[in-house]
Write a protein that binds this ligand. Structure first.
Ligand SMILES: [Zn+2]
Length: 204
């Protein structure tokens, strides 16, 4: 995995509840991939006539495309408050975020959002409008695309799963901006706040 090793490297610096800005050090994507996942031959970086940038290829001409990973999150809302959880896993142990995680190959983005809410905080959500789509390209970041939805709670009881230390309702003015897990968390919450302001303006 391109970014995995880099993420692990960043882990040592963020052990415990240290909420310094995230500064993952990552190798360019694919640099540490050595073997073709299709046939097991060695991979080399080669500029092919059919491609506009060097690609990892093996002697049997398999091309390994290294693309971003998709993460889906949901901001659960109830009576003007949002549900945030504190991460119980590295990286960013102890930092606040909303439910979210890597999208599985056999689900839609909306299904992923609902699943993450169920697994991470024990609630059922009706997945609503898109809050935003956020990119963190390699090599400065892990190479991810984060899709974030609004979510209305339809059932279940707030119960932190194994990836959460606790879950708590926050009024917009109490959002712990300095203790958020990622830049994408901050960007999405900022956009959620703005969309909320737009909505109340339209109502009045
Ligand atoms: Zn191959």
């Amino acid at each position: 995995m391109g970014g995995r090793r880099g993420l692990d490297r960043g882990r040592a610096g963020s052990r415990g509840i240290s909420l310094a800005p995230v500064t993952e050090e990552l190798s360019p994507p694919g640099e540490d991939l050595q073997y073709c996942p299709y046939c097991g031959d060695n991979l080399v970086l080669r500029l092919l006539p059919s491609e506009d940038r060097p690609r990892l290829v093996c002697d049997r001409s398999h091309i390994l495309y290294v693309n971003p990973k998709v993460i889906v999150g949901v901001i659960p809302e109830r009576r003007g408050r949002i549900l945030l959880m504190r991460r119980a896993i590295e990286p960013r142990y102890g930092a606040w975020t909303f439910p979210g995680g890597f999208m599985e190959i056999d689900e839609t983005a909306e299904e992923c959002a609902a699943r993450e809410a169920r697994e991470e905080v024990g609630i059922q959500v009706s997945v609503g409008k898109l809050v935003g789509v956020y990119s963190r390209p390699a090599p400065q970041a892990p190479g991810i695309v984060s899709i974030v939805y609004r979510g209305r709670i339809t059932g279940g009881e707030v119960k932190p799963g194994r990836e959460a230390l606790e879950a708590r309702w926050f009024r917009p003015e109490d959002i712990p901006w300095d203790e958020l897990a990622y830049e994408t968390t901050r960007w999405a919450l900022r956009d959620w706040l703005n969309s909320r302001r737009d909505t109340s303006r339209k109502r009045s």
